[in-house]
Design a protein around this ligand. Structure first.
Ligand SMILES: [Zn+2]
Length: 341
């Protein structure tokens, strides 16, 4: 536990993702026993134990929780919602309506989603042997499903009060997920809870897929832009560390994606007549782990979907063409080629 401000605590919880190791949730205490928990941590015993220990260190009881806001539907942010709701019956669970729509209601529902995901990855050119490994790496996620029904659906612009001291404005920032939100404290501290949307050194996955069609990268870049007008003292993210100077970080992330867009176009160089699947494009790009071969099946799946978000953005900008071919068996396959001007 770290006290960020008087009555404002950052709590570090373990998560079963090696590259990230932990997630931060924030507990805010206001007058008249009002309080707010921002995000919940992963649905594991270990995480729940850590949260309980942190609460007792602050002298807080989970049964007294009044408001829980979830920044987005990923398991490290939403996972313990149901457990905490059971503990604090009267608490109000809030999340954006567009992410609430993507919540899995049952194991069957989750299996259906996995099949959809598999078809999606296949039609974007993933070879069958790799497809199997990718889906196997996704399957264990099912055991973490513990859905809670949100009490309040947010759409951005709401003000969440916690005592007289705090007032959090909900800012809709789609991109990492369709219903991703940030919270800006307007009562005086001017801190921004940025979730996964803005992190100090890494960038969140921005993916086109069955959960997020449309233009996720376009949305993400607009969401970054929308934060520029805020006067922010400190940025409180979900991973890594608290930082200042939001404007320079926003520019860095924008440049990162511009560079990725250039790299994506460059993957077609020398083969301007040729069409490639998203899988082929992704395998030509540089990834943080080094070459394509070094990525795990899980990372490869994320990389293909991230590449697709960039291809979609370039397609909308008139730089890339999408061609859909249908096999005799009725299976569709998507290809991309560069538009030479
Ligand atoms: Zn996330």
């Amino acid at each position: 536990v770290e006290r960020v401000l008087p009555g404002f605590y950052k709590i570090t919880l373990p998560i079963p993702i090696q590259s990230l190791k932990s997630v931060f949730v924030y507990l805010i205490l206001g007058e008249n026993n009002e309080n707010l928990l921002i995000d919940t941590g992963w649905n594991t015993e270990e995480s729940l134990d850590s949260l309980r220990t942190a609460f007792s260190g602050i002298g807080f009881d989970a049964r007294d929780l009044k408001k829980i806001v979830v920044s987005h539907l990923h398991p490290d942010h939403f996972g313990l919602s149901s457990t905490l709701k059971k503990e604090a019956n009267d608490s109000e669970l809030m999340m954006h309506k567009d992410d609430a729509a993507g919540l899995r209601k049952s194991p069957e529902d989750y299996e259906r989603f996995i099949r959809e995901l598999q078809d999606w990855i296949a039609m974007h050119g993933t070879p069958p042997e790799e497809l199997e490994a990718m889906m196997k790496s996704t399957a264990p996620m099912a055991k973490y499903i513990n859905p809670a029904k949100p009490d309040t659906l947010l759409s951005g612009g709401e003000r969440i009060k916690v005592g007289a001291e705090w007032e959090f404005e909900v800012i809709s920032t789609p991109g990492h997920t369709r219903g991703n939100i940030c919270l800006y404290e307007r009562a005086g501290s001017r801190v921004l809870f940025s979730g996964d949307h803005v992190l100090p050194t890494i960038t969140p996955n921005v993916s086109l897929g069955p959960l997020y069609e449309g233009d996720p990268l376009g949305d993400y870049l607009k969401s970054l832009d929308s934060l520029k007008k805020l006067d922010v003292s400190s940025v409180l993210p979900s991973h890594e560390f608290i930082f200042q100077n939001l404007p320079s970080r926003l520019s860095e992330i924008e440049s990162h994606h511009q560079e990725r867009l250039r790299e994506t176009l460059a993957a077609f160089s020398g083969i301007s007549s040729k069409k490639m699947t998203a899988y082929e494009v992704a395998s030509k790009l540089h990834w943080y782990a080094g070459s394509w071969e070094k990525l795990s099946p899980w990372e490869k799946r994320a990389a293909i979907m991230e590449t697709l978000a960039h291809l979609e953005y370039l397609k909308r900008g008139g730089r890339i063409r999408e061609v859909v071919e249908e096999s005799e068996s009725g299976k569709r396959r998507f290809f991309y080629s560069i538009i030479v001007k």
